[in-house]
Design a binder for this molecule. Sequence first.
Ligand SMILES: Nc1nc2c(ncn2[C@@H]2O[C@H](COP(=O)(O)OP(=O)(O)OP(=O)(O)O)[C@@H](O)[C@H]2O)c(=O)[nH]1
Ligand SMILES: [Mg+2]
Length: 366
Amino acid sequence: MLENINCQGCGVQIQTSKPKELGYTPSSALTKETVLCQRCFRLKHYNEIQAVSVTDDDFLETVSEIRDTNSLVVHIIDIFDVSGSLVKSLPRITGNNPILLVGNKMDLLPKSTNKRKLMQWLRSSAKDAGINVSDVHLISSVKGHGIDELKEAIETHRDKQDVYVVGTTNVGKSTLINRLIKDSSGLSDVITTSYFPGTTLGFIEIPLDDETALIDTPGIVNKQQIAHYISEQDLKVITPHKEIKPRIYQINSKQTLFFGGLGRLDFVKGDKQSFVCYFSNQLSIHRTKLENADKLYEEHMGELLSPPSQETLEQLPELTESTFRINNEKVDIVFPGLGWVSVDGNVTVTAHSPKGVAVSKRIALI
Ligand SMILES: Nc1nc2c(ncn2[C@@H]2O[C@H](COP(=O)(O)OP(=O)(O)OP(=O)(O)O)[C@@H](O)[C@H]2O)c(=O)[nH]1
Ligand SMILES: [Mg+2]
C-alpha cells in the first residue's frame, strides 16, 4: 500500500518500518495532507542535516532515466562554481534532448558584473565540455531575477513535453522549483532545500498541465566541487550569503595572498598593482611575503589560515599549483567554488588550489 508514496520534500520512497533507514516516517504521519520523510521533517523544522546512504552512482542512475524520455532539460549551474557545477557528461545522461543552460545565484555577483561576458563565458565553457545548449539564462532563484524570462524560454523550448531540472548537487534546482511553485500557487517551500549537497533524493513531479510536469532531480555528484572536501562549517564560511564586496590589495611582486587556507595566489612577476578579490565576505584573506608563504601554510593551516578547519584537514587534498602568464589583458583567476581575483597588465601569477579543483583563467567579468 505504501509503494506509491514518495516524500514531497526530497522524492524518496516512504517506508514506515525501519526508523534508521531512508524514507522513514511514522505511520501516524501518513494521514497528513503532505507526507514528509523524517529527514526532510528535521531539515525543515530544526535545520538539522542527516547523512544518507545513497551513493553517487545511485543518483546518476536515477537521473540517467532522462535519456529515455522526450523532454526539455534545464541544466542549472552555480555561477560561483562553474567548473564544479557544469556536468561534463550531460549529453550521456540526458540523451538527445534539448538543453537550456541556466546560471543561478546571480544575486551573489556584484551589480557591475558584465552579463554579456558572463553569458559568453558560460556558453564557451559548455561548448568546451561538449554540451550543446539551445539558450543561456542568468537567474537568482532566491531573489527572483530573470525568472519570468526563464519561464518564457521553458514554454517556448519544451514543445509541450516534460521539463527536467538537472545539475550538480547544491546549485539551487529545488530552490528554483520552489520559486516557480510559489509564483503559480502561492505555496512556499514545498520541496526541501538546504545549504548542504545531496538534499533531493528522487524525482519530484510538479504538474505543468494535465499531461506534463516539471521534474526536480537529485544532484549529480562532481568530485571537482570543493564542497565535497570540506566540513559543513567550512562550507558555510566560503558560501557567500549576499552580494560579494570586492576587496582590493595593492600588491608587489613576490607577495602572496591566502584565501583562508583553501586557495593561494603568488604574484611572481610584474609591476606593483591591485589584485581585486571576489570571495565570500566572511572568508579571510591573508597577505604575506612569497618567501614566507610555504612556512606560514605549514604552520598555520587550519588556524590563522582557515577554513579548512582542523576537522577538514584530514580529507582535504594537498594544494597543487598552476602558473598563468598574462600579457596586457584584464583577466580573472578563478578558484572554483571559492571566488576569483582580477588582475590586469603584464603579470605572472601562480595559483594553488586543492588537487582536483583546478584553477582557471577567463576574461574579467567586471
Ligand atoms: N544566494 C543564492 N543562494 C541560492 C540560490 N538558489 C539556491 N541557493 C542556495 O543554494 C543551496 C542549495 O539549494 P538547493 O535548492 O537545495 O539545491 P539543489 O540543487 O536542489 O541541491 P541537491 O538537492 O542537493 O542536488 C541552498 O542553501 C539555497 O538557499 C540563489 O539564487 N542565490
Ligand atoms: Mg534539490
